[in-house]
Design a protein around this ligand. Sequence first.
Ligand code: ZN
Length: 276
Amino acid sequence: MPEGDTVFRTARRLDATLTGHALTKSDFRVPRWATLDLTGRVVDSVCSRGKHLLIRVAELTIHSHLMMDGHWDVYAPGERWRTPGYKVRCVLTNDSFEAVGVELGLLHVLPTRQEHQVTGHLGPDPLGHAWDPEEAQRRMLRAPEVPVGLAVLDQRNLTGVGNIYRAEVLFICKIHPKTPVGAVPDLARLIERCFLLLHANKDRTRRKTTPTELHESYWVYQRTGRPCFLCGTPIQQFSLGPPETAQPRIAYYCPTCQPAPPEVGSVTARRHGSAT
Ligand SMILES: [Zn+2]
């Protein structure tokens, strides 16, 4: 699943491509919006809110979520697409560019004044102007029994952290993913690390959470069985995702650098699950 920095970069690129320009064509390839025609309307802005992408056009907002495999490509008019047409869900064209939304997990159009209906549940966004780490901490501590590996993924606590940053930030802070939120020694530091990692990568095309001198990009993410860069212990993995999630979310950790809390297994996910 794309992380917040990916959606941030996508929004920035679409903003440069679309904002201030009138659409010469719009093509919504989902049944509900198939007849919507925004031709002639000027795009007012494009922004991200966590993993949600908001394209504002004349008092309407095109709301999309990349989910697992979605992305937006930008082409010159008439340029051959790199993905087959059946995967395309939305095409927005102006005089200079064609923005193509591919395999969007969610595509919805609503009045801009009702945006809060789709983003109002989200916690503070480390890449947003109104970032509020104290509020993120307060939200996480509302359920102190929840494993921190689930709490950082819960977009209602803070928004933009996905599976990669979960693995990396917990390793950097030396916290086992199953540690209950209330037992994390320095939750403020963990939240600050989320902010720093997302910002460090928001301008990079290749995400990296390790120091420059380390060739590999990640400390533990997808490094199962390979030696920890700090202690040599083989990295381990287990499934740790919200119960309602169809695809398992794999948690990666070093059992030496991130020792298990005393009573792992006694903690449970928040009953109403995790929001995207
Ligand atoms: Zn280690």
